[in-house]
Design a protein around this ligand. Structure first.
Ligand SMILES: Nc1ncnc2c1ncn2[C@@H]1O[C@H](COP(=O)(O)OP(=O)(O)OP(=O)(O)O)[C@@H](O)[C@H]1O
Length: 257
């Protein structure tokens, strides 16, 4: 069994450049099992680049990264990666033409390959697991509907059910509620953080809403200009720090006047 202080993500001096632009500049932090981390910061700060780096989709130009102790370079096996990392995005990443239950079964895709995943409805055990996952996200009655016909909030619940089948150790979510209205956004965040706690997983989510970050997460890492601006437990994040994080110009620019 992993103890509560197990390091799930370790990032040391990571930098990423796009042509001459610095997207990430020597970032370092570590995240332990069970933490609920919100990444916040102004537009263009580097949140998506950082999440994509943690997902091993973007390769850092400098520094090193380990996921559950495994170095970035060794995380090339798709099956292994799917056991370690699950991803949720704003766009849900579901196949609209397929039924809800088929999309949930796609959580097994890395283990099975597409063909078996699509045939999986014939396997009663797997169907049972998918139905249970749909029950947990409150969508049992929609299991046979075409996914594209569901509302945005419901589609994000399908994505959560799919993650329940995938059972990754770490969940990375990039603006998972950006396209939802406030009531549905809270519904999804509350469900996501509850499931992560129940499954003893680790969550890193980028968010535009500081209010949601404070309400649902245990730790906030603020990114500004590709650097860590602050990294604190939620209860230590003050309004003045947040004002500094989001202000358009540094105070010193105005000091001479
Ligand atoms: N593929 C790319 N090519 C060139 N520049 C990029 C690329 N991806 C990101 N950038 C640049 O890197 C910086 C960080 O972008 P990133 O998308 O990570 O920020 P963000 O904090 O997620 O922003 P937002 O909150 O608006 O989504 C930006 O200046 C962006 O223009």
């Amino acid at each position: 069994m992993l103890s509560s202080s197990t390091e799930m993500i370790t990032v040391k001096n990571i930098s990423k450049y796009y042509e001459r632009k610095i997207a990430l500049s020597s970032l370092s932090f570590s995240i332990n099992k069970g933490e609920l981390v919100a990444l916040i910061g102004p537009s263009g700060a580097g949140k998506t680049t950082l999440l994509n780096t943690l997902a091993t989709i973007v390769k850092p130009d400098e520094g090193f990264l380990t996921i559950t102790g495994i170095p970035f370079e060794k995380l090339t096996n798709r099956k292994l990666l799917a056991k370690k990392i699950g991803i949720i995005r704003q766009q849900f990443d579901l196949v609209g033409q397929l039924s809800v239950i088929h999309n949930v079964l796609a959580g097994r895709l890395a283990d099975w390959g597409l063909f078996k995943s699509l045939l999986s409805l014939l396997l009663p055990q797997e169907k049972e697991a998918a139905l249970k996952a749909l029950e947990r996200v409150g969508l049992s009655d929609k299991k046979l509907e075409q996914t594209a016909k569901l509302s945005g909030g419901e589609q994000q619940r399908v994505a959560l059910a799919r993650l329940l089948l995938q059972k990754p150790e770490i969940i990375l979510a990039d603006e998972p509620v950006a396209s939802l209205d406030p009531a549905r956004a809270e519904d999804i965040l509350s469900m996501l953080t509850t499931l992560v706690k129940e499954e003893n997983q680790t969550l890193v989510t980028s968010l535009h809403s500081v209010e949601y970050a404070r309400k649902y997460f245990t730790r906030i890492i603020a990114i500004k200009n590709g650097q860590v601006f602050f990294d604190l437990p939620v209860h230590e994040v003050s309004d003045s720090l947040l004002a500094h994080l989001y202000q358009l110009k540094e105070q010193s620019d105005h000091d001479e006047s």
